[in-house]
Design a protein around this ligand. Structure first.
Ligand code: G3P
Ligand code: CA
Length: 243
């Protein structure tokens, strides 16, 4: 039986500041199969990797990413809020993360953030950069904005997409198929055996988030999900690799 893949959510974010190279490197050291990141767009059009629309929670700066330029964003300390020892960490760009992914030969789940702040042409920009690095088969793009996923598929059908959702859905595979998506990315508590079976039978991958507790990871493995998205890739790898 194929084991579920393990994606480190914002990197190994239980152990290092989320969405920094410290957390991505830790995920690689823990043998994660891939990393999950969140992407926004700066005032001067750069693709910026950060969870929130604003930099306030995870840096020493303030303001919306859409109102800051790359130089301002790069000057921020993105590690001290987590622990002083990470003071040198800064906010990565998608360009930097793609180079890292290529070098480390890992998978990448890009969560495209597009709402409640809307970024014009963010779909085109992301696809262009993935293609520049030839990483089409290494990336899956997920989003709560399903119109963005529809657009991604129209621009480049080769890039995989996954619908993010947080409430229970009947036959999510049908909905995923209706927008050309390759996967569902559900909040893990919303799925059950039937959902997973129907998805897999219809060739729709099942990648639940955010599964951190060992017992929950065991449950997801028993359901035969395709991947798990976790803050604790070390626990994830340990569980999915056990017989
Ligand atoms: O991709 C799963 C998960 O990252 C979605 O929620 O808020 O952690 O970005 P959030
Ligand atoms: Ca995310």
């Amino acid at each position: 039986m194929v084991r579920p893949l393990v994606f480190a959510h914002r990197g190994a974010s239980h152990y290092a500041p989320e969405n920094t190279f410290a957390s991505y490197k830790m995920a690689v050291d823990m043998n994660a199969d891939g990393i999950e990141i969140d992407v926004h767009k700066s005032k001067d059009g750069h693709l910026i990797v950060c969870h929130d629309e604003k930099v306030d929670r995870t840096t020493n700066g303030t303001g919306y990413i859409k109102d800051l330029n790359l130089k301002e964003i790069k000057s921020l300390d993105a590690g001290s809020w987590f622990d002083k020892k990470f003071a040198k960490e800064n906010i990565p760009t998608l360009n930097e993360v793609l180079k890292f992914v290529k070098r480390e030969n890992i998978l990448l789940n890009i969560e495209l953030k597009n709402g409640p702040i809307f970024y014009p042409n963010i779909e085109e920009d992301i696809v262009e950069l993935i293609k520049y690095y030839g990483l089409e088969s290494y990336v899956i793009i997920s989003s709560f904005n399903h119109y963005s996923l529809l657009k991604i598929k129209k621009i480049e059908p080769k890039i995989k997409t996954g619908i993010l959702y947080i409430a229970g859905m009947v036959s999510p595979w049908k909905y995923a198929k209706s927008i050309g998506a390759d996967a569902i990315h559900p909040l893990f508590i919303t799925i059950n055996e039937q959902v997973v079976k129907e998805c897999l039978f219809n060739k729709v991958m099942v990648n639940p988030f955010t599964v951190n507790n060992e017992d929950e990871i065991i449950l997801m493995k028993m359901l035969n999900v395709t991947s798990i998205i976790t803050d604790r890739p070390d626990i994830g790898i340990k569980v999915v690799s056990s017989i």
